[in-house]
Write a protein that binds this ligand. Structure first.
Ligand code: SAM
Length: 287
């Protein structure tokens, strides 16, 4: 019998996660990273950057619900949004579901991720070319926020790769300070905050939190269950100049929008900010 092709991702030095592959659809090296698309039975179509799972058809709704709807339920009046990274289009798709959003700037360093996602992953990417409020900028997000005038955005979503390769600059204090400047007085920043479980991810989680905490008066962390990211336990950061994600949670306003979300709901919103003891302990310590 022919051995199946297997995609394997290293989660820790002696621990890996594997998916049997039906088809290896595409492989290329862009100027920024190595991009692969695969088909599998359980997770459907998925793509990786530099050998790390980014998005798959089965669990992308979890990540994209949690990055988008949490801030929208804290300030339902958000109108101007900046997405940094997010080349698969899933985050823009969720934000575009709010009819009152006026503009979505998406700054993705690698145009190839967008074009290949449009070709191979329409589930997340099809909104990108079908909504005139979405403006694509193929630039480095670090430079983009450096040059953004003060008070431009209500919400910045950092939908980034890990802090290695092109994503490195998106985890620095200088970047968070430029996000702060680019947000208006009630602005919210959500960032991909790594994971508490395996050591490598935990170090990045702690660093990111320390840096955001020294920049924003409100800096919280919330969790979600992401089966295909290392350990399945993943985090986003919620930082703001004004809003507390629980005290200012506008459940009724958000529910009046009538959006169906397969993962996010109002009870989960508040629960997601309740962190396990070992995570709280790690976040209160320096990396
Ligand atoms: N959901 C995914 C995760 O957490 O693994 C992230 C998805 S999205 C594909 C991440 C995107 O960030 C990539 O397409 C990458 O090209 C982009 N990116 C990395 N560094 C960037 C930078 N400095 N500026 C803008 N985009 C960047």
């Amino acid at each position: 019998m022919k051995k199946p092709l297997v995609y394997t991702e290293r989660w820790a030095k002696d621990t890996s996660f594997s998916i049997d592959i039906k088809t290896h659809i595409h492989h290329e090296k862009s100027p920024f990273q190595t991009i692969d698309f695969y088909d599998s039975e359980t997770f459907g179509r998925f793509f990786t950057l530099d050998g790390l799972m980014m998005v798959n058809e089965k669990d992308e709704f979890i990540y994209h619900d949690m990055i988008s709807h949490v801030p929208m339920a804290v300030n339902p009046d958000i109108k101007r949004v900046l997405i940094i990274g997010g080349g698969d289009g899933g985050t823009a798709r969720e934000i575009a579901r709010y009819s009152h959003i006026e503009s979505i700037d998406m700054v993705e360093i690698d145009e190839r991720v967008v074009r290949l996602s449009e070709q191979f992953l329409p589930q997340t990417a099809s909104t990108l070319s079908n909504d005139s409020r979405i403006h694509l900028h193929f630039k480095d997000g670090v430079e983009f926020v450096q040059n953004t005038p003060e008070n431009t955005y209500d919400l910045i979503l950092v939908d980034s790769t890990d802090p290695i390769g092109p994503g490195e600059g998106l985890f620095t204090e200088a970047f968070y300070k430029n996000c702060y400047k680019s947000l208006n007085a009630k602005g919210i920043l959500i960032n991909q905050h790594e994971s508490p479980y395996f050591e490598r991810d935990k170090i990045q989680m702690v660093r990111a939190h320390q840096r955001i905490k020294s920049t924003f008066p409100i800096a919280k962390v919330y969790q979600f269950n992401m089966p295909t990211y290392p350990s399945g336990h993943w985090l986003f950061g919620f930082a703001s100049k004004h809003y507390d994600p629980i005290n200012h949670h506008q459940k009724d306003v958000w529910e009046s929008f009538g959006l169906y979300t397969k993962y996010y709901n109002s009870n989960l919103h508040e629960a997601a900010f309740q962190l396990p003891t070992y995570v709280l302990e790690a976040l209160n310590h320096d990396a």
